[in-house]
Design a protein around this ligand. Sequence first.
Ligand SMILES: [Mn+2]
Length: 416
Amino acid sequence: MFRFVHSADWQLGARFSQFESAGARLREARVETLKRTLSLAEEREADAFLIAGDLFEDSQVGEALVSAVVGLFRAHPALPIYILPGNHDPSTGPDSVWQRKAFLNRPPNVHILTEDGVTDLGGNTFLLASPIRQKLSVTDPSQKLTGLAAGLPAESLKIGITHGALAIEAKHQPNDFPIALNAASRAGLDYLAVGHWHNWLADIDGGRIVMPGTPEPDRFGSDASGRVAVVELAGHGQLPNVEPVAVATLAWRQLAFDFISQQASRATVETALAELAPRASHTVIRLTLEGTASPVDFAAVRSWLEPTLASFLVGQIIDRTRIALSTAELADLQARHPLFTQVLADIDRLETLATGTMPIAQTNTTEALAAIASTLTSTEAQELLAPSRIDLARLTPEFFAQLRQMLLQAIQEVQR
Ligand SMILES: [Mn+2]
């Protein structure tokens, strides 16, 4: 029996710059998860800990991080750790992360698989590695494993390790290291440890190929990430026993609030937030506002949500609402912003010229109609658009509707 942990795509050092100061906490969480997963491997009495590519986000990660990671490995001297360079951290020579001082002085339990080759794991078990040396390739990196396996005793346990996309129809890019879906059985492997995609994917090649996904989620909607595989191989030719184990430190959750059904939406969001509240400091949350909202309703909902979301590690509000203005509100805006009235009139005029029909009056005051009448001629419009290479005839009513919405949005944001 050979038991091991198969992980990949730790992407340590990922910046998360979209979250500003919280990005540091998200980076720390990935290191915490690695620390906990190494302990898990020891508790499970794993014979090896595999990292199938992309341990690091890139070759420029900070020195402190590299030292901290090697320090974590050093704390488990009895656990052999095998690291395959991936497309994020390829072994490309002196600039690669594997040439940093911390890795050059690594403890004896840490093995970096920079070359194609076979490592004897003891007990008639072999690890066959095909690392990545570039960012993109149309070549299947598992092809080399067939040749490596051919030189080994027929009855030995053979574990392959490589990094790339599974060549699933319409699910991969041809230049993203496409790995054949029969890559394990083709090479006579008992198991093929793959990394690259961030969601868990197993049951490939009769259960012999596993993509564990990133152990720490790094985006919204990747619901099958946050795991490693604990794998047991009973003997050559037998199917592996693969157990997905949840290890993530943080949870990423998405919620939506729809102004079309405000009451129901508020109840749903309140329930969801209450359920998440006990783990708020470990939850990254994105709340999308949808539907059509009057400025008053919008302000009310934001003032309810903002303090609630403040207790979460990240509480992001994405505004996809459209502004609903009454005729009186629109007239008020136009009275206060003559330039806005003129721009709206220009848009209406352009739409009339482009589509041949007068748009349903967005600007239905007498002043606005007068503004339309005094606006661009067809020649002027063409001259105006020519430097930007915009063909007036190709602009659709939907385009103009969006344009008006953006303008309204901009004005409302200034006022909010
Ligand atoms: Mn990758």
